[in-house]
Design a protein around this ligand. Sequence first.
Ligand SMILES: Cc1cc2nc3c(=O)[nH]c(=O)nc-3n(C[C@H](O)[C@H](O)[C@H](O)COP(=O)(O)O)c2cc1C
Ligand code: SF4
Ligand code: SF4
Ligand code: SF4
Ligand code: FES
Length: 632
Amino acid sequence: MTTSSPAPDLSWIKKLTRPEDLAAYRNTLIAEQQPDATRILVCCGTGCKALGALDLLAAMKQAVADAHLDVKVAPLVKRTGCHSFCSRGPLLTIQPQDIFYQKLKPSDAAEIVQETIIGGKIVPRFLYKPIGSKQPIEKRSEIPFFAAQTRVVLERVGVVDPFDIRDSIVHGAYSALVKVLTQMSPKEVIEEMKISKLRGRGGAGFPAGLKWESCARQKGRHYVICNGDEGDPGAFMDASTMEGDPHAVLEGMAIAAYSMGSDRGFIYVRMEYPLAVQTLANAIRQAEDLGLLGQNILGTGFNFKVSVSTGAGAFVCGESSALMSSLEGKVGRPRPKYIRSTEKGFRDSPSNLNNVETYANVPKIILNGGAWYASMGTERSAGTKVFSLTGNVNNVGLIEVPMGTSLRHIVYDIGGGIPNKKELKAVQTGGPSGGCIPIPKKFLDINVGFGKLAEIGSIMGSGGMIVMDENTCMVEVSRYFIHFLVEESCGQCTPCREGLTQMERILTRITRGEGEEGDIELLEEIGTFTNSFSLCGLGTSSANPVLSTIRYFREEYEAHIRDKKCPAGVCKALYHLEIQPEVCTGCGVCKKRCPAKAITGEKKEPHLIHQELCIKCMECYRNCKFDAIAIR
Ligand SMILES: Cc1cc2nc3c(=O)[nH]c(=O)nc-3n(C[C@H](O)[C@H](O)[C@H](O)COP(=O)(O)O)c2cc1C
Ligand code: SF4
Ligand code: SF4
Ligand code: SF4
Ligand code: FES
């Protein structure tokens, strides 16, 4: 398997010493390219890389070389970041034809080059077919997963080679920085940000322009910090942005630094994101060498040095004050916020901390204007939002939609619905401190945005969205998230430390069939107390998974406690499986698949599960095509 990272040839780099040099350099790069040449964009994002994308990339390059094509028609094979449709990887797109091939192996490379690149023919078996349709779709832009998105932050992700700054420059990188350096005062930059109504994408939704203004007002050395910690289970929005378009984040930070008179920035990234760390470090080096970051940027006298700092992967270190402590080399623990970080943050100096996606929006706002950005989304939640759509949904991946898009549109039109014809039960938003929104009862048509989700007991958080089907036990979901928070709480304040521990104990008892009358009320009491009196955001939202599941799925808690039943068939102590003889066709599939040899029966006769042997692995239940197996 190929694991090596690219070792770019940097001999072409010459420092740009005037703002106008960037446009001239960009024009040279565009002229050097053959505008009509075919480009094969191979996704090498973390998901596809894990599935062997680097081998596919190497095989594509080899197949092109083996074809001995005239240099004028030889396609350029390039590695890119995440193409977003992670459940279909490894994959590639051929441009400008817009052909999308998915689920590829390195051994497919020669056929793609011979048939499609040389022969101009589509290979139908590599095309994507929507679930339930026999009609493959040829063009990426016609696949509903992509067609229904509005890509602002993700526009260059999956398009440019994140290891070569030239590709990003061709696609517009750093032109917003040139604009602010040559045409805008720091105050005008902040004004544009305020007009855009961009709210921080890390969770709390604080208006970015106001934060920048408050930081700029302070005296002393200013720091610009990017929060790339992204500790929510199932979230990969920020990782994909850092890996796929590092220059959007760096340019956003440089513009922020200019607006508040800062010369120093840090990007805090967890060590579990090695590709993001590597991509950013390489991007910073190339940008500095070109004169786009570092000392005397483009000869304007503006200095801005950025470094990547790695965290050990503690969820609490994503909290702003804990992050700054960790950045200072201290233990990553939140502190009380009587004084804002914009006044006294990193090294007791004015510090502006924003999320990766917040910064990545900035160049677009500067180039297109704040009013353009504010025209997308809703009054209270402007712009677009990136979500990582995961769980029981057909199209797992990264999506970007205008704020205010309905959950129905996200789950069914973009997500392609629920696998195996199951019913949609809930959507969990906001990570471990978020809530579970019951669906379809009331909320399928709710518009996703900061206010709406808070109204119904959840939060938008940084954009994790986990879809849950009918076989999800909401008590177990709540126990899972509380267990995660018990592990991640820093433990310095009593309501969070003790409240979480007690909630986990009660939930564990309930899922084991040892729940007692009064447990639900006790959970509500402890949860309300923990949310009210903890020190930082981890504690003050920690009971959300419990409180939201009790609010919307109380009957499920009652079934566990009173009837000693788990209706979803998840809590092993609380259910058993039975084959319904009147439905069973005797096909024998369950018997073949049972690892415990717990099923007997003759062909074409109803089968039987021997309860004493069954280990509740659910293999039979999942594979019976006739729905003959019931959870009791
Ligand atoms: C426990 C906890 C974890 C957090 N993790 C993150 C994170 O991983 N990334 C992030 O941007 N914000 C995270 N936040 C929010 C940050 O404290 C902060 O509000 C945010 O980074 C500010 O950037 P923004 O205004 O651009 O959203 C977390 C907050 C808490 C309480
Ligand atoms: S609320 Fe929890 S994570 Fe936050 S400071 Fe208190 S103990 Fe630490
Ligand atoms: S798979 Fe279903 S239909 Fe087939 S034998 Fe088992 S229970 Fe019966
Ligand atoms: S749940 Fe697993 S162990 Fe039990 S009968 Fe089905 S396949 Fe066998
Ligand atoms: S990592 Fe390849 S599509 Fe997401």
